[in-house]
Ligand binder design. Structure first.
Ligand SMILES: [Zn+2]
Length: 294
């Protein structure tokens, strides 16, 4: 009996030592194999508590790999009855998630866009990998404020940042200035298309869309996207650039709802079908046209 107990305690010590030495890569199963315990039979009862069941509430682990990483017990953590009791799972969940490729690419060199928690509901509204796009950082380090800050999926925020940095900066400089502010008319909002109750969920409800009225320049000028007093050529340049980058562009002439702003989104459709509906209206006549003789 004494010998058996001694053997068990030796195994315990050995295992504890092995755990202390385990590198973080061990979790991924790619590190060197751990030393085998000497006595297999004595080891069996110790093995059982390792794959602990996930806590019932586990609110932030919907599927796939992040859940695996999150739910896996740490090798250094002693077995305990209440694994999640002293852990603020709700608050800690977003940073623990594996960052998306988009998130990793959307650095502070490109945008000030902190991640925010996933939004679930009401209904089908919401999304994952969301950011609060506060500003786009231009190649010359100047910041374009997004006013108000826009709640968007990372991919949409990234597309918007690219568009401003690569297409709108040259446009602004051709007007003798640089971009100062993006006028965000609407971003995330849980609603049907065109605010019609019961209509199909708008891309706004998926944080995949933004409505823009104007791009304000540093010199105080403003490029009103639907402003008929803006030179037609400027508005056309904007039209061509957004239609090349976004899968949906709705502006004046598309329907009654887009006469005073441009809607941009990254809706995914079959065969990558794109919608580009924006009629760049002619400038309003300088003088009222003569009424036909009656
Ligand atoms: Zn819209």
């Amino acid at each position: 009996m004494v010998t058996a107990a001694l053997g068990l305690s030796l195994v315990l010590t050995e295992r504890a030592e092995a755990r202390r030495q385990a590198s973080p890569l061990d979790i991924l199963g790619i590190a060197a194999p751990r030393p085998r315990p000497a006595v297999h039979s004595a080891n069996i009862p110790l093995k059982i508590p390792l794959p602990r069941p996930r806590p019932a509430e586990a609110p932030k682990a919907p599927d796939g790999a992040p859940a695996e990483a999150e739910g896996k017990p740490s090798p250094d953590q002693p077995s305990s009855d209440q694994p999640a009791a002293n852990k603020p799972a709700e608050a800690a969940a977003p940073p623990e998630k594996q960052a998306s490729a988009c998130r990793l690419a959307l650095t502070e060199e490109i945008a000030i866009a902190p991640s925010i928690a996933d939004i679930r509901g009401p209904g089908a509204c919401g999304g994952a990998d969301l950011v609060r796009l506060e500003a786009v950082v231009l190649p010359d380090k100047r910041k374009v404020t997004v006013k108000p800050a826009a709640i968007l999926r990372c991919t949409m925020a990234s597309a918007l940042a690219d568009w401003l940095r690569k297409d709108m900066v040259p446009l602004a400089s051709s007007l003798g200035s640089t971009i100062g502010e993006l006028d965000n008319f609407d971003s995330f909002e849980c609603r049907g298309r065109n605010r019609v109750a019961g209509a199909l969920l708008s891309e706004h409800g998926k944080a995949n869309a933004i409505d823009i009225r104007a791009i304000k320049l540093a010199n105080g000028q403003s490029i009103g996207l639907t402003d008929r007093t803006m030179p037609r050529e400027v508005r056309e340049r904007v039209l061509h650039s957004v239609c090349a980058r976004f899968s949906t562009v709705l502006g004046p002439g598309s329907d009654w709802y887009h006469e005073d702003h441009i809607h941009l989104d990254l809706a995914q459709r079959r065969n990558d079908y794109r919608i580009c509906q924006w009629n760049v209206w002619d400038p309003l006549p300088q003088v009222a046209p003569l009424l036909p003789r009656s």
